[in-house]
Write a protein that binds this ligand. Structure first.
Ligand SMILES: *Cc1c(COP(=O)(O)O)cnc(C)c1O
Length: 382
């Protein structure tokens, strides 16, 4: 069976983990954590970076930092992972879900402004598949209404809006290093603080609500309880794993983008015949090969395709269920139809994409899809 994901190991993870164990500094905020954080601050010119135990944690930190309270409203796409919303729901916020773009699962930027009220505290954008949202337009709206922007950049490492790296444009941004992402540490994540006003408090929230980080730097002579917080920082073992991955980021990204282009080219004839839709990359976006998807015409067609691929030893998967229609949120949603989000929930298929996927496998998978449509479309006509 060709899996849809296979975690890639650079080989150096084990050496760095060994170094951590031998050093005796195993808890968080040690040398490996600092090297990882500095990697992002230097390479992408991000504001302050703090490693977290997951992307979910980074989003939860963002919600605490923004002082989200009961009754605050947060605008975000419905087509996203539950953590994007949960982080704010945990603080008592009401989520105002927005539909996807007509040509992309990302947030429809023109649908945002009419939803803004005096309660709106933040807009959370998700750069789905590592393809940038229309950031200039969204930043303009946010600044007109004095609202914060959080980038859920879980898919978006080393991806760009024009020349600007994703994760560097919002007031805050969350990355994930879960084993299904491009750069991994098993579980893992990072909060980026681009707005300096949040820097000091972010470090306190990260260290259980204490000023222990400034204590270690010798800035204060004792540390105490300063604010709410939690244990958001990962151990040095996780950071060591991550550093080994980051050192290979250029070759990892090159390979993934190469796979993405091969899929695109070999499936283009199906799009030209009007049978499927391939990902649309807007002129402002430079992607990172995070995931490759196709959009079928109906839910039935997608189920048949996934089954056909499985019968041919290929594991392809659907992706998010629209959150506005989820068992947890449907009754809390304000009733607006979000049609495009539901279409992506019902019709989008992710194809296998991982570092070790070989050219002959990409050809095999593409040929299988082409063969499926030779039969499926004739069946539909007859
Ligand atoms: C993976 C993901 C997350 C959560 O990241 P974890 O590290 O798994 O907690 C959040 N948002 C999106 C869009 C994701 O894909």
């Amino acid at each position: 069976m060709i899996p849809y994901n296979k975690p890639y190991l650079t080989g150096n993870e084990i050496n760095y983990i060994k170094q951590v164990i031998e050093s005796g500094k195993i808890s968080g905020n040690g040398p490996f954590t600092k090297l990882c954080q500095r990697f992002f601050e230097d390479k992408y010119n991000f504001g302050k970076c703090l490693l977290t135990s997951s992307g979910t944690d980074a989003l939860e930190m963002a919600a605490i930092l923004l002082n989200i309270k009961d009754g605050d409203e947060i605008i975000m796409p419905s087509y996203t992972f539950v953590s994007t919303a949960n982080a704010f729901v945990l603080r008592g916020a009401k989520i105002i879900f927005v539909d996807s773009r007509h040509d992309h699962p990302g947030i429809d930027e023109e649908a945002i402004e009419p939803l803004i009220t005096h309660r709106t505290k933040a807009i959370v954008v998700v750069h789905y598949a590592g393809i940038a949202c229309n950031m200039e337009r969204i930043l303009e709206i946010a600044s007109n209404f004095n609202i914060s922007i959080v980038e859920d950049a879980a898919h978006s490492i080393d991806s760009y809006y024009k020349t600007k790296p994703l994760g560097g444009m919002g007031h805050l941004a969350a990355f994930s290093f879960h084993e299904t992402k491009n750069i991994i540490s098993g579980e893992g994540g990072m909060l980026v603080i681009n707005d300096k006003r949040y820097e000091e408090r972010a470090e306190i929230i990260w260290e259980k609500g204490t000023n222990r980080a400034s204590f270690w730097r010798g800035e204060v002579d004792k540390y105490g309880w300063m604010d709410v917080g939690s244990s958001f920082l990962p151990s040095e073992i996780t950071a060591a794993f991550l550093l080994a991955q980051l050192e290979k980021i250029d070759s990892i990204q090159r390979k993934r983008k190469d796979i993405w282009i091969k899929y695109f080219n070999s499936l283009l004839p199906l799009q030209n015949k009007g049978l499927i839709k391939l990902p649309v990359v807007p002129s402002w976006a430079k992607g990172n090969g995070h995931l490759f998807y196709i959009v079928c015409k109906t839910y039935h067609e997608r189920s048949q395709l996934i089954k056909y691929l499985k019968d041919n030893q290929i594991y392809a998967v659907f992706h998010y269920f629209s959150l506005h229609a989820s068992p947890f949120y449907a009754a809390k949603h304000d009733g607006r139809k979000l049609k495009r989000s539901e279409i992506y929930s019902e019709c989008l298929v992710r194809l296998p994409l991982y570092f070790e996927l070989e050219n002959f496998q990409i050809t095999y998978i593409s040929d299988c899809i082409i063969r499926f449509y030779e039969n499926y479309s004739t069946k539909q006509v007859n």
